[in-house]
Design a protein around this ligand. Sequence first.
Ligand code: GLU
Length: 368
Amino acid sequence: MSLKNSKKIVIKIGSSLLVDKHKKIRKKWLSSFAKDIQKLRSKNKKIIIVSSGAIALGCIKMNYNKKNLKLDKSQAVASIGQIELMNLFSSTFSKYKINISQILLTLEDTEERRRSLNAKRTFENLFDLNFIPIVNENDTIATAEIKYGDNDRLASRVSQITNADTLILLSDVDGLYTKNPKIFKDAKIIKKVENLKETLKNINLRGNNEFGSGGMGTKIEAAKICQLSGCNMIIANGLNLNPIDKIFKGNNFTLFTSKVSKLDARKKWIISSIYPKGELIIDEGAKKALKNGKSLLAAGIKKVIGKFSKGDHIKILDKANKEYARGLCSFSSNEVEKILGCHSREIEKILGYTTKSEVVHKDDMVEI
Ligand code: GLU
């Protein structure tokens, strides 16, 4: 999918775009970025921003040098800086009448199926409310072993779980080069990467990790994740004002295209479950609805077989016990037993708490 046609775009901004070499906050830049976002929104695009900068802004506030920080100290500094970061976004974006919200993620939130589904729903609800989620790693909690440590890979996982069409990694390099451009004069930018494996064989990554805040290594890891999820990825220099507008109008960046269609990527993931934990038997009406691309609601479920938790893989069988689809169930088997056959609006009363209304959301379901 081309950038112009992308409906859901994740944009990652590195600390070096928010804070300059003299530790000054680049307010004018952020303002121009907000203007770009406003423009994208007027074209009905759904935007997620992944922003670094908690530690950088915390260091500015505390007058610390980032290089000398030990992990536990940097966690405290991130806690101080995260609120500075969000204040900065909030005051800048409000001038453009853009509402923002904050999502702090840890590694398990994207790696564990149930938690990633929850996160996905939160993103969707924020889109419905017309808020732009601003994501960062929960640096105050994450420890070295269970940490992303870089927002490039975090942003690619966010793109994957939210089914984004394009991820834009804005950094301080123009894109992926054949060699490190800071060392080799004859280094050339690669405009399009269709086959990442082949491209990697032909480039010299040595020393490439030294340029760019997150390094080229983490950006390539991010590209691998995107290629598997049917999401295109762009590495572009974001240092100039109106960086997104420039990407839309120009072509001085590296585009990694994914040949896998998003549906295929999800299909593979859902179908590749070796061991669905349970089965839902549905009536004819529900089967018809599913055929028309609708989600599975409690009203159409006749029976539940097996024990499973929320987010587990399940099979959906028709009344002749023939497997019709597979999906991820938004409720546990115990919950489905209580609500099967009921109208969606009764669910809250029966369970005693608010939940989603779809038992298997259409995005989490694949026809066999
Ligand atoms: N999460 C870190 C921060 O907000 C940044 C990680 C990165 O730069 O990729 O400071």
